[in-house]
Design a protein around this ligand. Structure first.
Ligand code: AHM
Ligand code: MG
Length: 336
């Protein structure tokens, strides 16, 4: 039985990545080691998020003090866990986290060749009501073997070696691309392992869902307004799209990847660069979308061509199904 084979031949994320990397004769397992430290961080955050509702009673991360005293907020705690896991992997040199104003430069004795940009717990305003949140990450190779600098992370998204996210939802799902397609893994809590459950994810060419914070509509520009209007009142006789917006990027993008459609966080009059951060939100999600056969556009250019000037730069983003993004590109081109 094929089903039986799956049940007994478990494709863990480590096994999967080892298989992938073994195709490169020069590979020495460094990437696999780095990834296993990211995976450890994700498992920790997953456990912490699952306990979040009980945190005041039980304490987070094994802390036993009650009444919420001395307890770190979940996003601060997650950040510390990721930074420490990444540094101790011995495979990183520059780290950029949404939680830290400055980049972290790893001390020479623990240095490796990879740079990791990440948002340890995105969508944290959703924690208190139990809505899905996630970790987003992207991995670069440092530019050359010199002393690491910020330039090593201020590279265009298309230079990323790998990107992914982990969603803490009804199950814990890790979606990863190392530049050869996209694969999804689900945490089996009894094994403590991520198992391949969504091999070779391809986003539908066209979708029936749009996802945007429509509360900002009054400040949108022409093409964004026209696009959303067309979603609701299509002029070509097709049926209107459905609106789904969670307000948690990982969950909104995950649904877009699996079901198709478009996710947008456009520029508006109040925020000319939108809200989302280039390095650890826009780039990893754009990388995954392209790898799954979709597109990612900023309103001006292919998102992965952007070159960030500062580590916390923002950019407008339209990403999802190929045909849906094609339409918003047409509207921006018509505007010029
Ligand atoms: P955060 O990093 O402060 O959590 O903000 C990022 C989140 C994304 O997850 C989500 O896509 C977006 O903010 C929602 O923003 P808004 O509430 O403006 O719709
Ligand atoms: Mg964020």
């Amino acid at each position: 039985h094929a089903a039986d084979a799956h049940r007994t031949d478990l494709m863990t994320i480590t096994r999967f990545v080892l298989n992938e990397q073994s195709k490169y004769p020069e590979s020495r397992g460094d990437f696999t080691i780095l990834l296993s430290h990211i995976v450890l961080g994700c498992k920790f955050v997953c456990t912490a998020v699952n306990k979040a509702g009980l945190a005041k009673l039980l304490g987070l991360a094994g802390e036993t003090n009650v009444q919420g005293e001395d307890q770190k907020k979940l996003d601060v705690l997650s950040n510390e866990v990721f930074i420490k896991a990444l540094v101790s992997s011995g495979r990183t040199c520059v780290l950029v986290s949404e939680e830290d104003e400055e980049a972290t430069f790893v001390e020479p004795a623990k240095r490796g060749k990879y740079c990791v940009v990440f948002d340890p717990l995105d969508g944290s305003s959703n924690i208190d009501c139990g809505v899905s949140i996630g970790t987003i990450f992207g991995i670069y190779m440092m530019k050359d073997a010199h002393e690491p600098t910020l330039d090593d992370v201020l590279q265009p998204g298309k230079n990323m070696l790998a990107a992914g996210y982990c969603m803490y939802g009804s199950s814990c799902t890790l979606v990863l691309s190392t530049g050869k397609g996209v694969n999804g893994f689900t945490l089996d809590p009894s094994l403590g392992e991520f198992i391949l459950t969504h091999p070779d994810i391809k986003i539908p060419k066209k979708g029936k869902i749009y996802s945007v914070n429509e509360g900002n509509a009054k400040n949108w520009d022409g093409p964004t307004s026209k696009y959303v209007e067309n979603c609701k009142f299509p002029k070509d006789g097709s049926s209107p799209k459905s609106l789904r917006y969670i307000g948690s990027m990982v969950a909104d993008v995950h649904r877009t990847l699996l079901y198709g459609g478009i996710f947008l966080y456009p520029a508006d009059k109040k925020s000319p660069n939108g809200k989302l951060r280039v390095l650890y939100e826009v780039f990893p999600m754009s990388f995954l979308m392209e790898q799954a056969g979709g597109q990612a556009f900023t309103g001006k250019q292919r998102a992965l061509d952007l070159v960030p000037k500062k580590i916390h730069d923002r950019a407008p983003i339209f990403l999802g199904s190929y045909d849906d993004v094609e339409e918003i590109k047409r509207l921006y081109a018509a505007e010029e």
